[in-house]
Structures are given as structure tokens and as C-alpha cells.
Design a protein around this ligand. Structure first.
Ligand SMILES: Nc1nc2c(ncn2[C@@H]2O[C@H](COP(=O)(O)OP(=O)(O)OP(=O)(O)O)[C@@H](O)[C@H]2O)c(=O)[nH]1
Length: 401
């Protein structure tokens, strides 16, 4: 048996969940409904029990027995209404189930007390007792044990009263006893079945809820994994810039729309000068720091619609949509100056940080982004060759070299 099945196992005799905490949970789940049903049954039962006073009057007249009966009925009805009020206010079913059981004992006592006062109407009372027992079992569900005891009390009490005060013959006593036993057995079995079914339904609902909860957790976990994977694929781990592949995707889209709108489009290739010697002199961690600083200063100097990525090693690439050569030159110069003005760590004070930038503009005949990158790279190469720390535009003729 799985642990879930064990948690929701129903006791064969009490009809309650074997796990006490689950039983409390179940009772809490039906609390509002049980409260309302208890109220309704109490008020209705009190009303019907009280209305029998009319038939008492016609049968007994204003006799001593009648006054005793009416007093008893008033006490029972008042107690029931008082209990209805208490249940409405403080009758939490999960922790005060005994309160819901009390009316049964009051009614049972009331019914038993009628026998000595009206022994001649025993046959009517037998019917009333059978109806009351069935009502106990069917209208007060979820309290099988208590209902069984109360019904047993009513049955034996009534039987003893009938023998003592109505003086019924032994055969009649046996018949009455058998009738009461039968009523109790039918009521008990019906309620036991009902209790089991209700709790099974509850356990199925909970199992489903638990599974849904697990599923939601799993979905959330997968979503976060997907997000992490997406981040890994799209972002460069060191600088947080677009990764090369993601940059290519975004830049390609920008290039396409620039072509459609016939808007200018420029591309910058930025390379850190003498970066190898930075690594060699201060170590890779300082080299990483320099790359991060450069990526930050470049990102801050660009427009939101520009796209920057880390192309590899110490090389960055920038796509500038809606930008002609003149403006691209201004942007590149600004980036170059910002990098050269970057505040450097104390221990790297001798470092003269600079970048060389190659610019390429998209001509109408440009087939794809790769060709544009190649041209910017060639311009960058020229810049490196001519002494670094400069911005070079790709000119006709470089394409061939
Ligand atoms: N710290 C660090 N170094 C890197 C990283 N990626 C590449 N490098 C190093 O960057 C250096 C690039 O050196 P080169 O390609 O020779 O270029 P350079 O020294 O910048 O010289 P020029 O480009 O000609 O000015 C290599 O030593 C790489 O190992 C990185 O993520 N972090």
C-alpha cells in the first residue's frame, strides 16, 4: 500500500480516516456545510417535536400528564434551539464534534420520557422511534460512533420504558426489540458506507490536488531551467553581453529591417589593444576585469536600440541600426575615448588601456551580416597595423584585401 493510500485509509468500524490529522483536515473541509446542516436539522426537529404538543392536547386534555408532557417538550425544544445557537456561533465541527452530537441525547431522552406519560400511544411512538433512529444515522453523518451510541441508548431506553410503563407482552417485547435492532443495523451500515464514500471522495480530491501541486512545481522548475538555459545560450558568462550566436540573430533581424526600410546600418568591431600583455602582466582575473569594465562602458554609451555582443576573447561587436557612416564614426570615437578614460585599478596604474575599432556600413549589395562583419574586421586589422588606439572605416578596396 502506498503512503498516500495509507494516509487516506478508512477504518472499517468507525468509518473515519485512520490518520488522525487527515480526519481533522477532512472535518475542517466540511465544517461550514455540517454547521449549516446541523442548524437546519435541529430547528426542524425541534419544530416537529414541539408540534406533537397539539396531538398531546387532543388525546390527554388539560391533565397532569399533559402539563408534564408539554413541560418536557418545551425543555427539549428550548435545549435544541439553544444548541442550534451555540453551534452557529462556536460549533467548529473539527474540534467540537461532541457539541453536534448532544442534540441526539436530548432527543433520545425526550422520546423515552414520552412512554410513561402516554403509554397508550405506544404504536405511534414506535414509528417515531424508528424514524428518529434513521434520522440520527442519516441526518447526522460523520459521527458514526456517537450516533450509534445515541441510537443504542434510545432503543434500549425506549424498550425498557415500554416494558415498564406500557406493560407490553413478552412476544411484543421481542418483536419491538427485533425491529429496533434491524433499524439500527440498517442505519449503521448505511452511515458506515456513506462515511467511507465521503472520505474516499475527499482523499481522491486531495490526491489530485497534491498531484496538481507537484505538477505545478515541476512546471515552474522546468521553466526556470529553460530560463537558465536561455540565459546561458544568449548571454556571455563574463560580461553579460549578448553571446556571439545571439548577437548574430539580433543583428541579422536589425539588418533585414534596415534593408526593408532603406535605412543605413553600421557595424563596429572593437578589439582591446595588447590584451595578451595585460593578462601576462597582471593575470587573467585582471584581464577579465578589464573586459567587464569595457563592456559596461560601451553598453552605457550606446542607444537602447543598438545591439552589442562579445564576439570572442577580447573582441566586441556592435550593430548600429539607422546609423550612417558619419554617425558611426562619432559613436566609435566616443567609445574609444570612454575606454581610454576608464578608471584603472591601482595596481594596474601603468596600463594605457585602448581599443581599436573597425567600422563597416551595409551597402545595398551586402548579402548578409557575415560579409559586413568581415569588412569591419578588415578595417580593424588596418587600425591594428597602423598603430592601434584608433577608429578605421572600411573603404572600397579593403574588401578585396
Ligand atoms: N582574461 C581573459 N583573457 C582572454 C579571454 N579571452 C581571450 N583572452 C586572451 O586575450 C588574448 C588576445 O591576445 P591577441 O589575440 O594576441 O591580441 P592582443 O594581445 O590584444 O594584441 P592586439 O589585438 O594585436 O592588440 C589572448 O592571450 C587570450 O588568451 C578572457 O575571457 N579573459
Amino acid at each position: 500500500m502506498s503512503s498516500i493510500e495509507k494516509q487516506y485509509q478508512v477504518h472499517w468500524l468507525t468509518g473515519q480516516l485512520s490518520d488522525a490529522s487527515r480526519e481533522t483536515m477532512y472535518r475542517r473541509s466540511i465544517e461550514a456545510r455540517v454547521r449549516f446542516e446541523s442548524l437546519l436539522s435541529l430547528v426542524l426537529a425541534a419544530l416537529i417535536f414541539g408540534m406533537f404538543a397539539i396531538s398531546d392536547f387532543y388525546l390527554l386534555g388539560l391533565t397532569r400528564e399533559y402539563y408534564l408532557l408539554i413541560t418536557m417538550r418545551i425543555v427539549v425544544v428550548s435545549l435544541c434551539l439553544l444548541l442550534a445557537f451555540i453551534i452557529a456561533r462556536w460549533g467548529g465541527y473539527s474540534h467540537k464534534a461532541w457539541l453536534h452530537a448532544m442534540p441526539l441525547w436530548i432527543f433520545a431522552t425526550g422520546i423515552i420520557l414520552i412512554v410513561p406519560l402516554r403509554p397508550e400511544s405506544l404504536s405511534t411512538q414506535v414509528t417515531a422511534v424508528v424514524v428518529a433512529i434513521m434520522a440520527f444515522y442519516l441526518l447526522i453523518p460523520n459521527l458514526l460512533t456517537v450516533v450509534t451510541f445515541a441510537s443504542f441508548y434510545l432503543s434500549t431506553g425506549f424498550l425498557v420504558s415500554a416494558v415498564l410503563f406500557a406493560e407490553i407482552a413478552p412476544v411484543e417485547t421481542l418483536r419491538l426489540a427485533l425491529l429496533l435492532v434491524m433499524t439500527n443495523v440498517v442505519g449503521f451500515c448505511t452511515l458506515l458506507r456513506l462515511e467511507g464514500l465521503q472520505r474516499k471522495q475527499f482523499s481522491l480530491l486531495h490526491e489530485e490536488r497534491d498531484r496538481n501541486h507537484q505538477l505545478l512545481k515541476e512546471i515552474a522548475h522546468r521553466k526556470s531551467l529553460e530560463e537558465q538555459l536561455r540565459m546561458v545560450a544568449e548571454r556571455d558568462a563574463l560580461t553579460g553581453l549578448n553571446s556571439r550566436s545571439h548577437f548574430m540573430k539580433r543583428a541579422e533581424a536589425l539588418l533585414q529591417s534596415s534593408r526593408l526600410e532603406k535605412a543605413p546600418f553600421c557595424l563596429l568591431m572593437i578589439d582591446v589593444d595588447h590584451f595578451k600583455s595585460i593578462n601576462d602582466t597582471w593575470g587573467h582575473s585582471h584581464g577579465d576585469w578589464v573586459l567587464t569594465e569595457i563592456s559596461e562602458v560601451c553598453t552605457l554609451s550606446l542607444r537602447p536600440k543598438d545591439v552589442i555582443g562579445r564576439f570572442g576573447g577580447e573582441e566586441f561587436v556592435v550593430a548600429l541600426p539607422d546609423t550612417g557612416l558619419g554617425d558611426a564614426l562619432i559613436v566609435a570615437e566616443r567609445l574609444r575615448t570612454k575606454v581610454s578614460e576608464l578608471p584603472i585599478k591601482e595596481e594596474m596604474s601603468e596600463l594605457c588601456l585602448s581599443v581599436t575599432i573597425g567600422i563597416a556600413i551595409a551597402h545595398s549589395e551586402d548579402v548578409d551580416l557575415k560579409a559586413l562583419i568581415m569588412r569591419a574586421d578588415q578595417a580593424l586589422y588596418v587600425g591594428k597595423r597602423d598603430g592601434r588606439n584608433r577608429v578605421v572605416m572600411c573603404r572600397k578596396g579593403m574588401d578585396d584585401g
